[in-house]
Ligand binder design. Structure first.
Ligand SMILES: [Zn+2]
Ligand SMILES: [Zn+2]
Length: 254
């Protein structure tokens, strides 16, 4: 009896102290400016939240690249070779610059998986507002060796959140990376295609036949990666392929 009284007196104290110490030891910091977050802020402080990109004002309707005002993109734009990117649509949270560029550099590391999740939810909400209605999410895979180095595949984390918002399944194993390739970053666009040739395969049991597949990745630059995955998906009977990415980059600088 005495022991249980002791517990009831002491446990709230320890719980409160524990929570207090945890807060002192590990305050939640803004992913961008590293200011301490207020209790009602999640991942980003209010100031950084306001700086996050909103939908680009002038965007190619085919490939999602930022284009000049008054340009007609019905036939694509210079960034997708006048619509040669074979995807039905590319949807992104914004251009690869500023805070979005910093965020994408961070989420390559496991300790920032929370940031990838948060941005994945925002991407899901953005896609939900469009008329695109994909049937399933397929993240762009990493070779297992890269996965071991980083501890996770950020495209899969983003894809999981997009699938959750859109209430569609994610099939993380639909596309497999057969061979390790050089990082696309830094390669000239002419070498990007060759670097990826034959690197993906669609799992024979992946339920892609007749379906509209949403490829998910962190960033789309020339579109070579998504185009290579598109080819394999089409060979396996997919009806349509779109892409959802956090950022749309143009130019070969990443
Ligand atoms: Zn901040
Ligand atoms: Zn375009």
């Amino acid at each position: 009896m005495g022991a249980s009284n002791q517990i009831s007196i002491w446990s709230p104290f320890w719980v409160t102290l524990g929570r207090g110490l945890r807060h002192v030891a590990l305050p939640s910091l803004c992913h961008f400016c590293e200011d301490i977050l207020q209790p009602d802020e999640n991942h980003f402080c209010m100031a950084c939240q306001l700086k996050l990109p909103t939908a680009m004002e002038n965007q190619c309707i085919q490939c999602g690249a930022e284009i000049g005002p008054n340009l007609d993109s019905n036939q694509g734009c210079v960034h997708c070779n006048q619509g040669e990117l074979p995807l039905k649509k590319v949807i992104s949270l914004g251009a690869y610059k500023g805070l979005m560029e910093q965020a994408i550099r961070k989420i390559k590391f496991l300790q920032h998986e929370g940031l990838a999740e948060c941005l994945g939810i925002q991407l899901g909400e953005r896609i939900k507002k469009t008329r695109l209605s994909p049937d399933l999410v397929a993240p762009i895979p990493q070779h297992w060796r890269r996965w071991l180095q980083r501890g996770y595949n950020q495209a899969e984390t983003i894809g999981r959140m997009v699938a959750r918002v859109l209430r569609i399944p994610m099939v993380s194993w639909a596309i497999m990376k057969k061979v390790a390739t050089l990082p696309q970053r830094g390669l000239p666009s002419t070498r990007r295609k060759a670097n990826l040739k034959g690197c993906f395969a669609v799992h024979p049991k992946a339920p892609v036949r007749g379906k509209h597949i949403l490829l998910v990745d962190d960033v789309l630059t020339t579109g070579s990666t998504c185009t290579e995955a598109f080819r394999e998906l089409l060979r396996s009977g997919a009806a349509e392929v779109s892409a959802g990415v956090l950022a749309r980059a143009t130019g070969g600088n990443i």
